[in-house]
Design a protein around this ligand. Structure first.
Ligand SMILES: CC(C)(COP(=O)(O)OP(=O)(O)OC[C@H]1O[C@@H](n2cnc3c(N)ncnc32)[C@H](O)[C@@H]1OP(=O)(O)O)[C@@H](O)C(=O)NCCC(=O)NCCS
Length: 181
């Protein structure tokens, strides 16, 4: 049986995703997405080391979330982010996005972008806190659910004030985050 969240906010470990994590990643993926990625898609993403960065979040021994980044010339594209429904609203998504944003900046990103389902207001609010603003719509991007994607961008993430925004978000977290390399 999965461990339930502790009453006290636990330390969260963020770890680069490895192939051995994919089975647990899929357990979450299949719960939260109508068209889940396959194991082989995760494996091929993990093999693209120079342009991708995938992380998992762990509490104790339990994998509770994951997120991925694709780098283009000077943009970082968030390819996926998901948290075990049992762990929603425990700032796991926030911690994953913090790590992805800093990774993208360290790899030279000036902007960050992502697509999100129009109806996914919770995720949009999370992204808004990271400075993402809506800039366009991709019609019927999610064909499996007949839904448009909102395209969001955060610009000038290489500037000091964006670093301060990230530092402020981190200071607001309810418990420690340990980034393992
Ligand atoms: C989106 C998702 C990754 C957020 O992860 P999370 O760990 O629950 O998010 P956090 O706890 O870090 O949320 C941070 C803030 O974002 C906002 N937020 C997150 N989820 C929200 C929701 N369902 N409704 C309203 N606001 C929400 C809140 O402001 C929240 O702060 P608060 O809890 O103090 O109010 C998670 O809901 C998820 O996995 N959803 C299914 C997959 C998905 O939709 N991924 C995004 C695809 S683009």
């Amino acid at each position: 049986m999965a461990a339930l969240p502790e009453p006290e906010a636990p330390t969260v470990h963020i770890v680069p995703m490895r192939r051995r994590h994919v089975r647990q990643v899929l357990r979450i993926e299949q719960q939260v997405y109508p068209r889940p990625w396959s194991a082989s898609l995760f494996h091929s993403e993990l093999a693209l080391r120079s342009t991708r960065a995938y992380y998992i979040a762990r509490v104790g021994r339990e994998l509770v979330g994951y997120a991925g980044l694709m780098m283009t010339v000077d943009d970082g594209h968030v390819t996926t982010i998901a948290v075990d429904p049992e762990w929603h609203r425990h700032k796991i998504g926030t911690r994953l996005l913090l790590v992805l944003a800093r990774e993208a900046i360290s790899r030279g990103a000036a902007s960050l972008t992502l697509e999100v389902r129009m109806s996914n207001r919770g995720a949009q609010e999370l992204y808004r806190q990271f400075g993402f603003a809506p800039v366009g719509v991709r019609k019927n991007y999610y064909q499996e659910v007949n839904e448009d994607a909102l395209v969001m961008w955060a610009h000038e993430v290489d500037r000091a004030d964006y670093t301060e925004l990230l530092d402020g978000i981190e200071r607001g977290l309810p418990s420690d985050t340990v980034l393992e390399r």
